[in-house]
Write a protein that binds this ligand. Structure first.
Ligand code: FES
Ligand code: FES
Length: 168
């Protein structure tokens, strides 16, 4: 991590597989750094204290709250945001497509964070039952959907051949 003048620090990380650098104060949250310094506005910020799950990103393969992580702590790490899920600009990942197919979002505010938790979850629990899915979703607040269609979307993608359901 490169120290700059005026209390700014340089942070270098891998964002969705691309080497990126930016500057921030030592107190800057990773969620703000990703959104305002690196332009990853798919990282949503709701509660900013670890409760709602909207800011969830994957850091070195593990889903974490970006609002509870300092940007300087991401130095040298591999960060994946929702922008990194689709294989190309014209194709959704299998998980994203399942969410669309099952109408698992309305306003979509919570959706990026839920998707990132799902990627981590399905990598560890590739064949979950409904109880496991609902337990995972208990870390996310959605004001719109009542969760039923989100559960259906996750169970559906988990039932697909595994090469299609690994999205990160
Ligand atoms: S904004 Fe991070 S958990 Fe709510
Ligand atoms: S889809 Fe609106 S908050 Fe979840």
């Amino acid at each position: 991590m490169k120290k700059l003048s005026h209390g700014q620090h340089g942070v270098a990380l891998q964002l969705n597989g691309v080497a990126r650098t930016g500057q921030c104060e030592p107190r800057t949250l990773l969620s703000d750094f990703l959104r305002y310094e690196l332009g990853a506005t798919g990282v949503h910020v709701g509660c900013e204290h670890g409760v709602c799950g909207a800011c969830t990103v994957i850091i070195d393969g593990v889903a974490q709250r970006a609002c509870l992580t300092l940007a300087v702590a991401a130095e040298g790490r591999a960060v994946t945001t929702v922008e990194g899920l689709a294989p190309d600009t014209d194709t959704l990942s299998a998980l994203q497509a399942s969410f669309r197919r099952h109408h698992a979002l309305q306003c979509g505010f919570c959706t990026p964070g839920i998707l990132m938790s799902c990627v981590d979850f399905l990598s560890r629990v590739p064949n979950p039952d409904e109880t496991q899915v609902r337990e995972m979703l208990s870390g996310h607040l959605c004001r719109c959907t009542g969760y039923s269609n989100i559960v259906l979307a996750i169970l559906d993608v988990a039932s697909q051949p595994k090469q299609q359901s690994t999205d990160a």
